[in-house]
Design a protein around this ligand. Sequence first.
Ligand SMILES: [Zn+2]
Length: 71
Amino acid sequence: MDPAYQAAGAHPENLGAYALDALDPAEAEAVRRHTAHCRECRQQLDELVEAKDALDRVPLEALLDISPDFA
Ligand SMILES: [Zn+2]
């Protein structure tokens, strides 16, 4: 696992993949740990899960490109 990935304050870029259960177990665990204390990402994830439910017919690739943008 990339150490920088777990750096404090670093938002995971793969929430979309996580919402789709498309991550490796280790990656999914890292996202889970991050969202446990990051309200922004948890909200983002909620939206992604809702979008996933609504867009089940959209190709996976389209959703995997989604990344958080908190600029
Ligand atoms: Zn975050």
